[in-house]
Design a protein around this ligand. Sequence first.
Ligand code: GLU
Length: 299
Amino acid sequence: MSQAFSNYVGRFAPSPSGPLHFGSLVAALGSYLQARSQQGKWLVRIEDIDPPREVAGVAEDILQTLQAYGLIWDDEVIYQSQQSEHYEQVLQTLKRQQLSYACSCTRKIIKQQGGLYLGACRHKAQSHQGNALRINVSKLSQPITHFFDQLQGQIKLDKQQANEDFIIKRKDGLYAYNLAVTIDDINQGISEIVRGADLLLTTGKQLSIYQLLEQKPPTYVHLPLAITKPGVKLSKQNHALAIDKKNPVPTLLKALDFLGHQVPDSVNKKDCNTILSWAIQHWQLKNVPKETEILVAIE
Ligand code: GLU
């Protein structure tokens, strides 16, 4: 018998640049519990659009780790490296409607101009070949200056950044994260995005794409980030330790605790599935700390 789901569709979207560490487990777990506590679907998407940053075998390892922690997804895993056709279709639409344009400015030039791209190529007729593609934010009927986050509240965005025409396809031909993530979230019918607060400020750009494509945006929850010192997040880049696949319970309990949910003694000696069932029943977003960063000790 197939399971009956509500209309809620959530997702976890790791980049395979390193194995899952405590910070990414928190994002996976938070998005899982937000979905499951609302009888929603929970999808996993591997964001492998940046080959130079990828490590062979890591995508598979991430999936095995999720399984070891009892975080079992619905439907098939989607790989961004296989979605180019969808991205190209949207790029064509944006081009046809003159919502994007080719830009030949180098990073160096933009840096010399103060670091913010001021739309120098907006009115130049340049080939898309060999140039970056940018979104023309001046075409937005309502520039995205703020948005509401279900956990962090009203988020005000920097006005200059909100007005910057950002890159959707890089000069080297790679699709930009903001483009790929938005198209995939639309195509997969994601109703709420739960992820780390390091991505809080990219949301404005993604909301601009939703508006230009006339799509209803999802709701957002940006969870606190695990940091080792102020401003330094636990990340694959700073060699955060891969979490233990063989003995997952202690780390799962630590991640739940980080998210404001203390598992009672009657449950905390049990297996991941029992702990997760308890967590699904007791999950309350209002118990998750509203900070964007929380210090953790790494063993
Ligand atoms: N792939 C991104 C990362 O691993 C997350 C994207 C998202 O959740 O929007 O940082």
